[in-house]
Write a protein that binds this ligand. Sequence first.
Ligand SMILES: *Cc1c(COP(=O)(O)O)cnc(C)c1O
Length: 398
Amino acid sequence: MKEQEYRQRAEEHLLHVYNRFPVVFERGEGVYLYDTQGREYLDFASGIGVMAFGYHDKEYGDALKAQIDKITHTSNLYYHPPMAGAAEKICKVSGMDKVFFTNSGAEAVEGALKTAKKYAYLRDKKAGHEIVAMENSFHGRTVGALSATGTAHYREPFLPLMDGVRFARFNDFASVEAQVTERTCAVILETVQGEGGLYPAEPEFLKRVRGLCDERDILLILDEIQCGMGRSGAMFAFQKYGVTPDILTTAKALGAGVPVGAFLVTQRVADASLQPGDHGTTYGGNPLVCAAVDKTIELMERRAIPEHVEKVTPYLLQRLDGMKDRFSFIRDRRGMGFMQGLQVDLPVGDVVKKALEEGLVVLSAGHDVVRLLPPLVIEKQDIDRMAEILTKVFTDLS
Ligand SMILES: *Cc1c(COP(=O)(O)O)cnc(C)c1O
């Protein structure tokens, strides 16, 4: 009854923009979540790719608590100790030179787009630049980020959005080339498309887009909000391709559970784009989230999280491919590292719902993909348990 009451009270006043699953998660421990009735759920969603270390990590929690006891917010008009460590660490692990911390992924994309526009404005001594984005992409729900999101049903009710975005087909270099004009300031793409259905960029495609950007003095923005921070099996997915961005966006697992995102730029872009007065945020990169970012990266490096993902991925693929061989309605298995999808000829919502009933949290992507974004600390036995539950779900639904 308690669970029902929480749900009713919440629905009474929260704007109805989510059809939430009928579960009230109260706490988490490791890779398990617990509802208000004490039921246990194996978590292969990690709060949409956020909870890199799972739940209730002691070292991470202690670092946050210590910061709360000192100061949680100062605004960006002043310095505070955690900003230095957080900035230094994210630049080091990404290979980028400068960072701007935001409160969300969408805001990181907004900042990236503004940076590219300002760069081209200084380059051409005039405004009026265009962005090339990908079909089937996802960059967030704010107006600028939505303008670069190539999914019609997210955009439709909000048109007209930001002007000057042209869409090309992902993994189709000729279509990117065809959309580039002398007004183009940036090409934005996800190194691994997440919401669109777990499509990794093809190495040749990414290399050629990089080459085109170099040739035409266009900035390459890689959106690694979902695939970054260790999930791919490298700290950032682009590091597996040997291709580097001019602007990088990250968020989700960046603070492992606090609302923080970032866009990062190379020194060359930093020197020729945003200047004091061009951009800002009240909360962005406050002491609390910077303490989280600093600790997250420290733990990822010390615990060799990307290496762990890389090492365990073949086993995850083996179990998922086993399911694909067994059930004919599983059409494809795609992804990179701990970012995997099963494309199914079943109502994907039913799979996600049934899995939850069986004690397994998974996500969907697009309209027909079961998406797995587990905490980055899962071990073989967690994968076995996931495969066991998902196999039961698929058996029951077939
Ligand atoms: C989640 C996501 C975003 C948006 O992040 P929010 O924090 O929800 O604003 C942008 N790009 C990609 C690739 C994402 O996965």
